[in-house]
Design a protein around this ligand. Structure first.
Ligand code: ARG
Length: 403
């Protein structure tokens, strides 16, 4: 085993990383610095400090990254309307490069030669952490205990915890918890009964949204302001990125918006089933498409839609810090220059629907499209020629086919 001098661990304070902390100290016999990121997971972070102190950690970092997460990661991704496999808003995927960036930053600051994470050997998150570290500082080694130790299952993990007197959390029903990843953008739940995609997810897996069936019978109207493709206000009130997303999570959660039960294809090879809740993100995606519908040129909008699956796949697969993602980002950002204005949506029993939109940079021309008489120069004969030429090859084709 290579000698390691100092390790920075991405530490949630939960069961897995508490065991990892212990294991790193025992296995490498070196100093471990813990880094706990506040990404708006809605959990108390102070227990992480207490847990780390208990096992003798001297350098404990707890950092509020909520604003950076939303402004530098979530919003740029939203400009692309990114969805993986048509449905997943990438809530876990987009958080990993940010955590990796700070792991590397702290490692440099404290002179650590390695970073460690608690992602398992079967998931996407290990790839995302490690590709990001590779891209940001190739001199830093990555330790992934889940791939190194001989704990192979959650059962064995619980046994290890018992042996080392590490408290094992249970959910509100007293059962072992699901595998949950939460931040300001989403909550993702995997494992246990969800591993059978033929089983309906029990209601208690949902944490931040009500069942649409139980949502209020009266709709709620919300107006979102955009500037350069980014949301900047709710109902006329300017908000910071994290405050805005927090506000929309509350609204969306109450109306049962943004639930997703998905079987997806992991980069590592297998299919997996997860439950996602992305209330604010779902509202923002709909609203952003609404403001783009009047401000983007047709070809610009269609080009964005063509590259979107590629861009989303890059983020899903862990290539946030990669030249091709940055190139696509430049294209997407460039397209947003006139994507400003206001979109009004109706939230009602699980749906967020655009009901009006307005922009100083609108390309929409009522004069041009109107069914009524109009002063705009538009010659109907042009349409006749346009159709005749577009139909030329179709007439030729049909004649050959003997129709
Ligand atoms: N499958 C999702 C992704 O790859 C979420 C992964 C983390 N979630 C979890 N519940 N452990 O982005």
């Amino acid at each position: 085993m290579t000698k390691i001098e100092k390790i920075v661990l991405s530490y949630s304070g939960g069961l897995d990383t508490s065991i990892i902390l212990k294991w790193l100290q025992e296995t490498y016999g070196c100093e471990v610095v813990t880094f706990t990121a506040d990404l708006g997971q809605g959990e108390e972070l102070e227990p992480a400090r207490a847990n780390a102190e208990m096992v003798g950690v001297k350098d404990i970092r707890i950092v509020d990254l909520r604003e950076e997460f939303v402004s530098d990661f979530v919003f740029p991704m939203l400009r692309a309307n990114a969805l993986y496999e048509g449905q997943y808003l990438l809530g876990s995927s987009i958080a990993r490069p940010l955590i990796a960036k700070h792991l590397v930053g702290i490692a440099r600051e404290v002179g650590a030669d390695a970073v460690a994470h608690g992602a398992t050997g079967k998931g996407n998150d290990q790839i995302r952490f490690e590709l990001a570290v590779n891209a940001l500082d190739p001199s830093i080694k990555v330790i992934a205990p889940w791939r190194q130790w001989n704990i192979r299952s959650r059962m064995q993990l619980l046994e290890y915890a018992k042996k080392h007197h590490i408290p094992v959390p249970s959910d509100k029903r007293g059962e072992a918890p699901f595998s949950i990843d939460a931040n300001l953008l989403h909550t993702s739940t995997e494992g246990k009964i969800l591993e059978n995609p033929a089983e309906v997810a029990p209601d208690h897996v949902y944490q931040r949204t009500v069942d649409p069936v139980d949502a209020p019978d009266t709709p709620e109207i919300v107006t979102i302001g955009f500037d350069w493709g980014d949301p900047v206000s709710v109902n006329g009130k300017s908000m910071t990125p994290a405050a805005l997303l927090t506000e929309l999570n509350g609204l969306g959660g109450r109306h049962g918006i943004g639930r997703l039960d998905l079987v997806e294809n992991r980069f590592i090879g297998m299919k997996s089933r997860g439950i996602y809740e992305t209330p604010g993100g779902t509202i923002l995606l709909t609203a952003h498409r609404g403001i783009e519908s009047i401000t983007l040129d047709r070809a610009a909008a269609h080009l964005k839609d063509e590259i979107m699956p590629r861009y989303a796949e890059l983020i899903y697969n862990g290539f946030w810090f990669a030249p091709e993602r940055e190139m696509l980002q430049a294209l997407i950002d460039h397209s947003q220059a006139f994507v400003s204005g206001e979109v009004t949506l109706r939230l009602y029993k699980g749906s967020a629907s655009v009901i009006s939109r307005a922009s100083p940079g609108s390309l929409y021309s009522a004069d041009l499209v109107t069914f009524e008489e109009s002063a705009v120069a538009y010659d109907h004969h042009d349409a006749e020629g346009f159709i005749r030429l577009n139909g030329l090859r179709l007439r030729n084709w049909a004649a050959r086919n003997g129709r």
